[in-house]
Design a protein around this ligand. Structure first.
Ligand code: ADP
Ligand code: ZN
Ligand code: ZN
Length: 755
C-alpha cells in the first residue's frame, strides 16, 4: 500500500517589493542573508537584482506567501534604510494612487520619493551646518560691501538671524546666495558652524522675522466675519478628516485665512502642507509665510536643485520643517506630524500631471488628508465644477468669502462688442481710450492675450498658404523678436521666409495676435508708457519673472501684457484696468471644459484689477456679446455661472456627473495606433460592462505631433466603480498584446484635457 506523501515545504519570509518598472505588480524577494527581520519595517528601500541589473525598490509587505516556488526566489542585495522613509499612511496613499490611476506601483512609488532618494543615497541626517556672520560687526563692514549688494544683503540677513542660515535657505528659485556666501566666507565675514537643529515646534509668538527682499513684516490682520468663521470652522475640525472648499473672491483674504490656520496647527505642534499650482507663486507666498512665522519652512518643486529638494523632503519627513510649500510634485512628501493640508487655486489644471504618472495632486491631497485624518482646505475664487459638485453631495463643506477684504471694491465689467469695429492689432478704439485714461491717472493697465509669440501664424494673402509644421498638424508661430517661426508642440524652428513658398509672392502677413504683437502696438500707441510683457518667453531666464514683478510693484511699469502667467495669483495693487482682447477664443472650443476655463480666466484676470482703494474696470472684447455664458458671469458672478454650468453638465451626462478615462495611443503609422485602440474597444465590449460607454477611437484633436499619429478612446460611466473595474481587466489584457509594444499608449483617469 502506497502512503501518500505530501512534501511539506516551509515558505521562508518573503519581501514584497515595489520595483520601479512599468509592471502592475509587486516582486517577491528573500531577505539578504543575515538580515535581522525584527528590524525591518515596510517603507524602507531595498536594493534588488532585477534581470541583469540592480534596482532600488520600496518594501511594502513582509509575508510568508508567494506565487513563486521558494527555491526560485532571489535574494535582495541589501536593505538600504534603517528606518522607513515612508510611513504606513504614505504607503497606503501610494497604493491607492497607483490603483486609482492604474499606474504601476513601483513607478508611482518612485514618484513619491524625491529624485535623489530614488538613486539609493543615504537618508541619514547630515551634520547640520548653518552659516553665521562672524566677528564683531564693524561699522565699516557694510560700507565696504557697498559695491557687492548681494553680499551686503546676505550679510545683513546673517546678522539678523540668531540661528544663522541653512544651506537650503541660501538657494531659492528667486535668489541664489551661494556665490555671495562663498565671498563672505573668503573675506572672513561669515562661517559655517555645526549646530543643533532648531527646536520644533517653533515659537508662534515670534511673528516678526526680518525679511530682506520681500515685503515688510506681516503682522496678523483683524479678521473680518467671513475669515473668522472660516478659521474657526477649520480649527474645530483639526485632528479629523474633513474637506473644506474656501470659495473666496480674489482679494477676499484667503491667504490671511491660510496664515491663521497655519498658526493654529503650529501651536499644536503639527506640520502644514501648502500646495500651489505654479512655481512662480511659491516665492510670493513663501515671503508672506516667512514674514509671519519664525518657523522652518521647506519649499519643494521641480525647479529646485536635487540637493535642495532632498533636504526639504527629509526635513518634512523627520518633522524638522514646520511648513511645506510646494507644487504638484510635493503632494506625496511624507510629513511626520501632518496637521493640515491647504491647496490654493484648487481649480487650476496644473495640479493634474499630464504625463507618466497622471495623478491629480488635488485629489491625491484629499485622499491623503483622509488617510492621515487631518482637514484639507481647498481654496479658489473660481472653484472647479468637480469641487462644487462635491459640496452639493455633502462631501466637502463650503466656506465662502464673498467680499473683498479691506477697502477694495469689486471691479466693474464692461462687455465690448467689437463686431462692427476696426481694430488696431486687436485693440478697439474704446479699449485704447480706457488705457489712455488709466495711464493719464498714473495707474496701471493689464492686457491678457492667450498666446505667446508675435502671431499664431503666417499667412499668404495671395494664395492662402499658412506656415505649417512639418512634424505636427499645426501652424508655426511667428516670433518677431528673433525673426523665427516656431512650433509650440515639437520645437521645430526656421527663419521667417521672405516670400510665399507656394506662390512666390511677397504677400506674407502675420495672422492673429500674440503677446509680442500686442506689445509692439502698445509701444506705438503709447510711446511714453513703459510696457512689460510676461509670458514663457520673457521669463525663461532664472529670476527674470521676479525682476519684472519687482518693477511692476515699484510702479516702473505702466502697461502689462501677458498670458495665463499674469492671471494667476499675483498681486498688482496699481492695476485698475484689465482687458481681455479676445474672449471668444475660449468660448468656442471643442473641449467641454472650455466654458469653465474661460470663466475662471475672466474672473482671475478681473481679480488683478482694483485691489486696493481704486476701483477696477474689466473690459472684455467679444464678437458674441450675447453669449449665454458671458452674461450670467459678468452680471451675477462666478457662483451663478458655475451653478448654471453644472446643470448643463448634468443634462449632457458629462463630468462631474460621469467619470472618464482617456486611453491614448500614438505611433509613426496612424493605422497601428488606430488598430490598437480598436482592439481595446472590441475587448471592452466583449467584457460585457454595459454601464461603461466606449467612445471612439477617434484621432486626437492634435492628430499628429512630432510625426507621431495620435488616437484616443474615451471610456465614460456614471459609476466610477464600473469604469475602474473595466480598466482593471482591460489594462492587463492589453499590456500583453503584441500591438501594445508597437504603439506608445497611456491611460488617463479623470483627464482634464481631452487633447
Ligand atoms: P486672496 O488670497 O483671497 O486673493 P489676500 O489674502 O491676498 O486675498 O488679501 C487681499 C488683500 O486684502 C491683501 O492686501 C491683504 O493684506 C488684505 N486683507 C486680507 N484680510 C484682511 C483683513 N481682515 N483686513 C484688512 N485687510 C485684509
Ligand atoms: Zn502664396
Ligand atoms: Zn511641430
Amino acid at each position: 500500500m502506497a502512503t501518500l506523501f505530501i512534501p511539506l515545504t516551509v515558505m521562508p519570509t518573503v519581501l514584497k517589493i515595489a520595483v520601479p518598472v512599468p509592471m502592475h505588480r509587486l516582486f517577491d524577494y528573500l531577505p539578504p542573508a543575515g538580515t535581522k527581520l525584527e528590524t525591518v519595517t515596510p517603507g524602507v528601500r531595498v536594493e534588488v537584482p532585477f534581470g541583469r541589473r540592480r534596482k532600488q525598490g520600496i518594501l511594502l509587505e513582509i509575508t510568508d506567501t508567494s506565487d513563486i516556488a521558494p527555491e526560485r526566489l532571489r535574494e535582495a542585495c541589501r536593505i538600504i534604510d534603517t528606518t522607513p522613509l515612508l510611513s504606513g499612511t504614505d504607503l497606503r496613499l501610494m497604493r491607492w494612487a497607483s490603483h486609482y490611476y492604474h499606474h504601476p506601483i513601483g513607478e508611482a512609488m518612485s514618484a513619491a520619493l524625491a529624485a535623489v532618494l530614488r538613486k539609493g543615497e543615504s537618508a541619514e541626517p547630515e551634520t547640520r551646518r548653518r552659516l553665521f556672520a562672524t566677528g564683531f560687526p564693524h561699522p565699516d563692514t557694510l560700507a565696504n560691501l557697498r559695491r557687492a549688494p548681494r553680499q551686503r544683503e546676505l550679510f545683513i540677513r546673517l546678522q539678523q538671524s540668531a540661528n544663522g542660515l541653512a544651506a537650503n535657505d541660501l538657494v531659492t528659485p528667486a535668489t541664489d546666495f551661494s556665490g555671495p556666501a562663498r565671498a563672505l566666507i573668503s573675506k572672513g565675514l561669515a562661517d559655517w558652524r555645526e549646530t543643533a537643529q532648531k527646536p520644533f515646534p517653533p515659537d508662534p509668538a515670534a511673528t516678526h522675522h526680518p525679511q530682506i527682499g520681500g515685503d515688510s513684516a506681516c503682522p496678523p490682520l483683524t479678521l473680518n466675519a467671513g475669515q473668522a468663521h472660516a478659521v474657526a470652522t477649520v480649527t474645530a475640525a483639526l485632528g479629523n478628516y474633513q474637506a473644506f472648499l474656501l470659495e473666496g473672491v480674489t482679494g477676499s483674504g484667503k491667504t490671511e485665512v491660510y496664515l491663521r490656520l497655519t498658526q493654529e496647527v503650529l501651536t499644536r505642534g503639527g506640520q502644514v502642507m501648502i500646495l500651489l499650482p505654479e512655481i512662480n507663486l511659491t516665492p510670493q507666498l513663501e515671503a508672506r509665510f516667512r514674514a509671519r512665522f519664525n518657523a522652518p519652512i521647506a519649499t519643494f518643486h521641480s525647479a529646485l536643485a536635487d540637493g535642495v529638494r532632498r533636504r526639504a523632503w527629509l526635513s518634512m519627513q523627520r518633522g524638522e520643517s514646520a511648513i511645506l510649500l510646494g507644487t504638484r510634485s510635493a503632494a506625496f512628501t511624507p510629513a511626520k506630524s501632518l496637521g493640515l493640508i491647504i491647496l490654493d487655486e484648487e481649480h487650476d489644471s496644473s495640479f493634474k500631471q499630464q504625463e507618466g504618472f497622471r495623478f491629480s495632486a488635488r485629489d491625491v491631497a484629499v485622499m491623503r488628508a483622509r488617510l492621515a485624518d487631518v482637514p484639507i482646505l481647498l481654496g479658489s475664487a473660481t472653484p472647479s465644477l468637480e469641487s462644487l459638485h462635491n459640496v452639493q453631495l455633502g462631501r466637502y463643506r463650503l466656506l465662502d468669502l464673498p467680499y473683498r477684504a479691506g477697502n477694495a471694491a469689486k471691479p466693474r465689467f464692461q462687455v465690448l462688442d467689437i463686431r462692427a469695429q476696426r481694430l488696431n492689432e486687436g485693440i478697439s478704439a474704446q479699449l485704447a481710450g480706457h488705457i489712455k485714461d488709466t495711464l493719464a491717472r498714473g495707474e496701471q493697465a493689464l492686457l491678457f492675450v492667450n498666446r505667446r509669440g508675435y502671431a499664431p501664424t503666417l499667412i499668404c494673402h495671395d494664395c492662402g498658404w499658412v506656415a505649417p509644421c512639418r512634424h505636427c498638424d499645426t501652424h508655426l508661430v511667428i516670433h518677431a523678436r528673433d525673426q523665427r517661426l516656431r512650433c509650440h508642440h515639437c520645437g521645430l524652428e526656421q527663419p521667417i521666409p521672405a516670400a510665399c513658398p507656394d506662390c512666390g509672392k511677397t504677400t506674407l502677413q502675420p495672422l492673429g495676435l500674440g503677446t509680442e504683437r500686442v506689445e509692439a502696438v502698445l509701444n506705438d500707441l503709447f510711446p511714453e508708457a513703459r510696457v512689460a510683457r510676461i509670458d514663457r518667453d520673457s521669463t525663461r531666464r532664472k529670476g527674470s519673472l521676479e525682476r519684472l514683478l519687482k518693477e511692476i510693484h515699484a510702479g516702473h511699469i505702466n502697461l502689462l501684457i501677458g498670458t495665463q502667467m499674469l492671471a494667476k495669483g499675483h498681486h498688482f495693487p496699481g492695476v485698475t484696468l484689465a482687458g481681455i482682447l479676445d474672449v471668444d477664443a475660449g468660448l468656442y472650443s471643442t473641449d467641454f471644459r472650455a466654458g469653465e476655463r474661460t470663466a475662471q480666466l475672466i474672473i482671475q484676470v478681473a481679480g488683478r484689477a482694483g485691489r486696493e482703494e481704486k476701483p477696477g474696470t474689466v473690459i472684455l472684447q467679444t464678437r458674441h456679446p450675447g453669449h449665454p455664458l458671458l452674461l450670467p458671469l459678468v452680471r451675477n458672478g462666478y457662483p451663478d455661472f458655475a451653478r448654471a454650468c453644472l446643470l448643463e453638465r448634468q443634462s449632457a451626462g458629462l463630468p462631474p456627473y460621469t467619470h472618464q478615462a482617456l486611453w491614448r495611443a500614438d505611433a509613426l503609422d496612424s493605422r497601428v495606433a488606430q488598430r490598437f485602440l480598436d482592439d481595446v474597444a472590441t475587448h471592452a465590449a466583449s467584457l460585457g460592462e454595459t454601464t461603461v460607454l466606449v467612445l471612439g477611437p477617434v484621432p486626437a484633436p492634435l492628430a499628429r505631433r512630432g510625426n507621431r499619429y495620435r488616437w484616443q478612446l474615451l471610456l465614460q460611466s456614471d459609476r466610477r466603480s464600473s469604469l475602474h473595474a473595466l480598466l482593471d481587466r482591460l489594462i492587463p489584457a492589453a499590456s500583453g498584446w503584441e500591438l501594445a509594444r508597437k504603439v506608445r499608449w497611456s491611460v488617463d483617469v479623470d483627464p482634464v484635457d481631452l487633447y
